[in-house]
Design a protein around this ligand. Structure first.
Ligand SMILES: [Fe+2]
Length: 265
């Protein structure tokens, strides 16, 4: 590389990593065949947000722009897999109010992540409920009425709040079901519980991904990073998340809004 090229890369690289890519949202989609899904839910669009990390690094006006774009073509169902905030309680009211603004005729559901608990889990939970987002705390809920889709939410694993057995209580093997969890490492107990499909986040995809190598580091003991994985009979999607930790940096790892289109077999 020439000197001019090196100077250019040294100048533009940081501008890209710290200024451009953290706000360049990737809108990803996936079709998912859900065993037992009734015809009335065929084609329903489930929007999946994760790891928003509202904070000085991820201001509410950025999230508000994403919410406005979502509402241009509202999903049928909204699910959020934790880490709404990073560590600052003052963001709880604003972020939950924004999430409550998302239109979703079949409902809005969330589980919490480790950062929510480190900030103030009960306060995040109460604020979500106040804004019409149901916190699934080791429990399940019917979407589209009884016999529709069982949305199961297991609480955060890192802070020891998870109880998958309680979350799965009463869920029949033949029922259409999707598990929400924060950490991808829960795929191992989820597969033992014969969960067919799980959505999660937590890793942020690593935030910095080197070409031909992948993430430098992720908070997954089992090495999960981003995208689709399978463990035994369980398929899982790891969302890269919308926000970042305090260091607002992303490289080859754009923030993500994921949509799952539910297909009846
Ligand atoms: Fe996170």
């Amino acid at each position: 590389m020439s000197l001019a090229g090196l100077v250019g890369a040294a100048t533009l690289g940081p501008v890209w990593m710290f200024g451009v890519e953290p706000r360049w949202v990737d809108w990803t989609t996936q079709d998912l065949i859900v065993g037992g899904l009734p015809n009335r839910l065929h084609g329903a669009r489930m929007l999946h947000l994760s790891d928003i990390h509202a904070s000085a690094a991820v201001p509410l006006d950025f999230v508000a722009r994403v919410v406005d774009r979502i509402n241009l073509n509202p999903p049928d169902l909204l699910v959020i897999t934790g880490d709404l905030v990073t560590e600052d309680r003052s963001y709880i009211a604003g972020i939950t109010e924004l999430l409550g603004r998302i239109e979703a005729r079949l409902g809005r559901f969330a589980i919490l992540g480790n950062h929510d608990y480190w900030t103030d889990g009960p306060a995040v939970s109460r604020a979500l409920e106040r804004h019409g987002v149901h916190h699934l705390r080791n429990e399940s809920a019917w979407v589209g009425g009884p016999g529709g889709l069982r949305l199961v939410g297991v609480d955060d694993h890192w802070t020891g709040n998870d109880d998958l057995e309680a979350a799965m209580a009463g869920v029949g093997q033949e029922e259409a079901q999707i598990l929400l969890m924060h950490s991808p490492d829960l795929i191992v107990p989820a597969s033992k519980a014969r969960v067919p499909f799980a959505l999660c986040g937590h890793t942020h995809g690593g935030q910095v991904r080197l070409p031909w190598y992948g993430a430098l580091v992720t908070p997954s003991a089992l090495g999960y990073q981003q995208g689709t994985y399978r463990h035994r009979g369980t398929q899982m999607y790891v969302n890269r998340g919308l926000g970042t930790l305090d260091l607002k940096v992303r490289l080859n790892c754009r923030p993500e809004v994921h949509e799952v289109r539910l297909i009846s077999p």
